[in-house]
Design a protein around this ligand. Structure first.
Ligand code: GDP
Ligand code: IMO
Ligand code: MG
Length: 442
């Protein structure tokens, strides 16, 4: 990263699954602390090391690097069962870094009724499906905003937890019974299960904001790991087809209690093409053989739900929008190797609508836009062994320059495979050509 920028934030700038897990794992080697600040077990961040592939839902992707402190911030909605499963899975791999993990006492707890209500809403006949991961994310953030949430600090206090659970179950059970005709959830059973989780997690719970501010004063370096993608942001994304948290860099401060003014570099991750899981607008989606080919070559199936991801070309209107509101300093381009066999690569540089060109990213998800494409030459070579910009084929270098120019943002990293070593660090960063878009690509 840029020299002197001590703390770095990594965020996805598309609709998630940009390869944040891989990039965070690689960068973690240079940091002391790695922090998740929003989302929950809807995230699926993959890290591949040799034959072993790890998918992290709640634990920051820095956990595999020896001696790194990993932190779950107050902005995360935490499903204790999912977290314990993840910790146990790591143990089975012989990795016991539990003592390096800290959990915010202010993080809200995902409870069984959140998961249940999420699934019920998704399967309702009303036709307004979001295509959620059904991990209880929306209902848990709803309770947080309604000031009914149960936080980690409550979970680790048995008497308080039982009282809050009793109050909440009364309301949730009424909803489950009256609106959905379901059996009520049993207070004793839920309480016993969650108090069991509390026993395990209690030593890991603390005031994270204070911890991060102290850590900063000690001169340590902090890496922040966004989940989902900027276009799934509840405020600035393709509402209502979004998740329920602030997924961009802008969510960092509220999700940690650490001032975003202290973060020096915001690294935006984008694939060399686009994907989206679930419903919602996706102007450059390819519902044809090319889309199927991207899905096959990129193994585009959800890391959390296994659902096939919708695939399409890069969309620079969307990318410029996410870069702009998310204050992105530089890009990391992932999965460039997936494009290896394509003779020609397309990317949308603008939108058209029935009324004429569309100047900016639409606020409404129901306004159809048509992408205006530009084609650039592909390369027919395996680039996964390239370790520097100069080793990449001319056409690949030109595609990267095209991305920098159209995004109006420098490129700091390029990923050409899943492994740590399949990463190219650009130093100096690849800058947009002077004057923005270059005629050579026109
Ligand atoms: P995240 O949610 O942003 O962490 O991304 P996911 O883990 O959901 O999805 C990214 C997928 O692409 C994972 O299977 C990664 O192992 C894989 N991946 C990451 N970078 C690269 C790359 O440069 N090339 C290829 N071929 N795969 C990659
Ligand atoms: P990572 O961190 C891709 C999508 C869901 C759905 C919408 C709302 O791995 O990039 P939710 O369960 O959050 O209420 O679902 O958001 N979604 C993701 N898509 N990657 C993710 O996480 C996602 N997390 C949520 O598919 O469209
Ligand atoms: Mg993912």
């Amino acid at each position: 990263m840029r020299q002197g920028s001590k703390h770095v934030c990594v965020v996805g700038i598309q609709w998630g699954d940009e390869g944040k897990g891989k990039i965070v794992d690689v960068l973690s080697a240079e940091f002391d602390v790695v922090v998740r600040y929003q989302g929950g077990a809807n995230a699926g961040h993959t890290v591949k090391i040799g034959e072993r592939e790890f998918v992290f839902h709640l634990i920051p992707s820095g956990i595999l690097q020896e001696g790194k402190v990993c932190v779950i911030g107050n902005g995360v909605v935490l499903d204790p069962r999912a977290l314990i499963d993840e910790l146990d899975q790591l143990r089975r791999f012989g990795i016991d870094h539990e003592e390096n993990l800290w959990i915010s006492d202010r993080a809200h707890v995902v409870l069984p009724y959140h998961r249940l209500l999420d699934s019920l809403r998704e399967s309702s006949a009303s036709g307004d499906r979001i295509g959620t991961t059904q991990r209880g994310i929306g209902p848990c953030y709803t309770d947080k905003a309604a000031r009914l949430g149960i936080r980690m600090v409550d979970l680790v206090d048995p008497d308080r937890f039982r009282a809050l659970l009793e109050r909440n179950l009364a309301a949730k059970n009424a909803e489950l019974q009256r609106l959905h005709g379901l059996e009520p959830l049993d207070l004793g059973a839920v309480s016993a299960e969650y108090l069991g989780y509390a026993e395990r997690l209690r030593p890991r719970v603390r005031d994270i904001g204070q911890y991060l501010r102290d850590t900063e004063r000690e001169g340590k370096r902090i890496l922040f790991e966004g989940a989902q993608g900027s276009l799934l942001d509840v405020d600035l994304g393709t509402y209502p087809f979004v998740t329920s948290s602030n997924t961009s860099f802008l969510g960092l401060g509220a999700g940690t209690g650490f001032s975003p003014r202290k973060v020096g570099t915001v690294l935006g991750i984008t694939k060399a093409y686009s994907t989206r899981v679930g419903e919602g607008p996706f102007p450059t989606e390819l519902k044809d053989e090319t889309g199927d080919r991207l899905r096959k070559l990129g193994r585009e199936f959800g890391a959390t739900t296994g659902r096939p991801r919708r695939c399409g070309w890069l969309d620079f209107v969307a990318i410029r929008y996410a870069i702009s509101f998310g204050d992105i300093d530089a890009l990391a381009i992932t999965k460039l190797d997936v494009l290896d066999g394509f003779g020609e690569i397309l990317a949308s540089t603008g939108y058209r609508a029935p009324g004429g060109p569309v100047g900016s990213f639409p606020t409404r998800a129901d306004v159809p836009v048509e992408p205006v494409y530009r084609a650039v030459p592909g390369w027919r070579r395996d680039i996964s062994r390239c370790r520097s910009l100069a080793e990449l084929p001319q056409e690949t270098q030109a595609y990267l320059q095209f991305i920098a120019d159209e995004s109006r943002c420098p490129i700091a990293m390029v990923s050409v495979g899943k492994e740590r070593c399949e990463t190219i660090r650009l130093d100096p960063w690849l800058q947009p050509s002077r004057g923005g878009m270059v005629a050579a690509h026109g």
